[in-house]
Design a protein. Structure first.
Length: 176
């Protein structure tokens, strides 16, 4: 690695670690496993950092590596802490219970999906990637991505419907 490599790597990690950790948490459903997934991915890429930097979009390269690392089963999911986007206020909040139960419900619903289904949904709805980008990351065809999204959302709707009356948003089925 060149002299500037470690500094550039460190700058990249500082700039993108929170985004990568959130994506990893959505993939694994566990804070500790997410941290390990990000760390393992970054450690593996450190020795290849010049290649990562040469990519058109280095963050996309790292995201793909993170997703592949997850899909290859390097880390197994387990029950754990609920990672919140923003720290909780210490004061009384009458809506806190509802928000936490909603977040827990989403986490449990995602945990019920296969690793590949969860990865595709995270890439679509969290990373906001289009079908072609998701297909490249996951290593499948664009049509397969559409199929996985459709089946995953149908599964989530069925699980929500069996849990009781909830308004479930419908998708228009259009491609991005």
């Amino acid at each position: 690695m060149s002299e500037a490599g470690p500094t550039e790597f460190t700058d990249f990690v500082r700039q993108h670690s929170t985004t990568l950790l959130r994506a990893a948490y959505l993939l694994t459903g566990d804070r500790v496993e997410a941290e390990e997934l990000v760390q393992d991915t970054l450690v593996r890429l450190y020795t290849k950092w010049p290649k990562v930097q040469a990519a058109d979009v280095p963050l996309a390269y790292v995201r793909r590596s993170l997703t592949n690392n997850f899909l290859n089963g390097r880390r197994r999911r387990s029950a754990g802490e609920l990672l919140l986007a923003e720290p909780l206020d210490r004061g009384y909040d009458p809506e806190l219970g509802n928000r936490l139960s909603d977040q827990e419900a989403v986490r449990e619903l995602l945990a019920g999906l296969s690793d590949r289904q969860r990865a595709v949904l995270v890439l679509r709805f969290y990373e906001d990637l289009d079908d072609v980008e998701i297909a490249e990351v996951v290593g499948c065809r664009r049509g397969t991505v559409r199929s996985i999204i459709s089946r995953s959302l149908d599964q989530l709707r069925r699980e929500l419907a069996s849990a009781g009356p909830v308004a479930v948003p419908q998708t228009n089925g259009g491609s991005r």
